[in-house]
Write a protein that binds this ligand. Structure first.
Ligand SMILES: Cc1ncc(COP(=O)(O)O)c(C=O)c1O
Length: 450
């Protein structure tokens, strides 16, 4: 099966599971209450809703779908071991939690200016200067409702029908769909595990030539889903391609959301390279580095005109980010570096455990040892075509993940959701007990295939 077919199969299988669960709950409710059958008329109503063409053009997020399924299984009392979600298991720094409570006590619960509070934008500018060596003014920063919304604003501000948005596979699941939201099309440039999941500057230049309507590149560094890090030297080579006269119009969204979680290769940001600040819209946030996923807080930094355009969009979509979260985030940025160093040390231990465990499983290849973030994308394709004891044929990453979830209550995300069907994504920001259990179950599952 092709990647697209597998993606469709995954969506359909999950939808079927979901609708079966809904049916079971409805039947349970009817049995319990002895109520008359009202489902036929309810179904009638649902089918009358006319959803927009835009909605129909986008796919649901593969990771969110698997995560929802896990939540549902857990709600039904099943013990699911989940390495499917990109969420750190550590809490925010305690001073940040205290600042969150203080925000309420001190009355920071009203709308803020659309671009974000001055205090937070100043703190972001200081942080980017100190850690990344790139200097921004507050009118070059917009605070958003999570980093994802910052990406959406940048894409909506600059891309539209007829435009092409380029990204490198394996890619973050939302990029292609955000392109579609803008009416643009996505151009995927493939990479291989053998090349370290890195697209060479030559391949990048070739892809730009072949897709002349490309006006935006989205880079995720370090990568979700592979953990690969694009080193400074490679970013410099990309910058050289982007600075050629024929590519001057291409803007770059640099999704640095995982940059604080770096292991052996230091992270570099493209905006800090000579001549690149005006070409980059740097996206970052608080979800991954400070364990603040539920605060829904991110930001973008770039040319003041682009930031103004993004604020115009934000003003019509959600007015501003949460005032309470913004107040807490000022404190988060004041967290001593030692806190992050401790976090990285813990995460490195988890990475090493996961990589060693995967490498010990026959037929599993880990070509890229993650250099950042908390994901790894092992190649399990040596097992494709095999049969499980229950008769399931492992046709690809979707079939494998569904089988692992159904028979071993263990959740990973199929690589096909990220444009790499040979692999599965393992998110290892979980407690050691969970990691051990998940690896044991995965090893058992693979060993039972024939
Ligand atoms: C690459 C990437 N960008 C953006 C986001 C969104 O982050 P936030 O929670 O800040 O919206 C995620 C979350 O998983 C991500 O993996």
């Amino acid at each position: 099966m092709s990647s697209t077919q597998d993606q469709i199969a995954l969506e359909e299988a999950l939808k079927k599971q979901e609708s079966l669960a809904t049916e079971i709950s409805a039947l349970r409710a009817r049995v319990a209450s002895g109520a008359e059958d009202g489902s036929a008329s309810k179904k009638q109503k649902t089918s009358e809703i006319r959803f927009s063409t835009l909605l129909k053009s986008i796919k649901p997020s593969g990771t969110v779908m698997v995560f929802s399924k896990v939540k549902q299984m857990q709600a039904e009392g099943q013990k699911v071991v989940s390495l499917c979600v990109g969420e750190p298991d550590f809490p925010p720094p305690k001073e940040t939690l205290a600042a969150t409570k203080a925000a309420v006590d001190e009355g920071h619960y009203r709308y803020t200016t659309t671009a974000g509070t001055m205090a937070l934008r100043e703190a972001i500018c200081k942080d980017l200067q100190r850690r990344k060596g790139v200097s921004y003014t507050t009118d070059e920063v917009m605070v958003s409702v999570g980093a994802k919304q910052a990406v959406v604003c940048a894409v909506l501000a600059l891309c539209g029908p007829g435009d092409q948005l380029m990204t490198f596979a394996p890619y973050y699941v939302s990029y292609t769909e955000i392109a579609r939201l803008a009416g643009a099309s996505a151009v995927i440039v493939d990479s291989t595990p053998e090349s370290g999941f890195i697209v060479t500057a030559e391949d990048f230049a070739k892809a730009l030539k072949e897709n002349p309507r490309t006006n935006m590149l989205i880079l995720c560094n370090p990568s979700n889903p592979t953990g690969a890090m694009m080193p400074k030297q490679l970013l410099q080579q990309y910058a050289e391609v982007l600075q050629r006269p024929e590519n001057q119009h291409v803007m770059v969204v640099v999704d640095d959301i995982y940059e604080a979680l770096e292991y052996d290769t230091p992270h570099a940001t493209m905006a800090a390279l000579e001549g690149m600040k005006q070409r980059c819209i740097t996206v970052n946030g608080f979800s991954k580095s400070y364990g603040m996923t539920g605060y829904r807080l991110g930001y973008l930094a770039g040319d003041a005109q682009i930031v103004k355009a993004c604020s115009k969009l934000q003003g019509q979509i959600n007015t501003c980010a949460s005032a309470i979260s913004q107040h807490a985030a000022v404190q988060a940025l004041a967290t001593p570096d030692s806190w992050m160093q401790d976090m990285i040390a813990t995460m490195r231990g988890k990475r090493d455990f996961i990589v060693d465990s995967l490498r010990a499983m026959p037929g599993v290849k880990v070509c890229v040892v993650p250099q950042g973030a908390f994901y790894v994308m092992p190649d399990i394709s040596a097992h494709y075509g095999k049969k499980a004891p229950d008769g399931t044929v492992i046709t690809g990453s979707t079939a494998f993940c569904l089988h692992l979830l159904g028979a071993y209550s263990t959740a990973l995300v199929p690589g096909v959701a990220f444009g790499f069907d040979a692999g599965v994504r393992v998110a290892y920001a979980q407690g050691m007990e969970t990691l051990k259990e998940a690896m044991e179950r995965m090893a058992k599952c693979l060993a039972a295939l024939e």
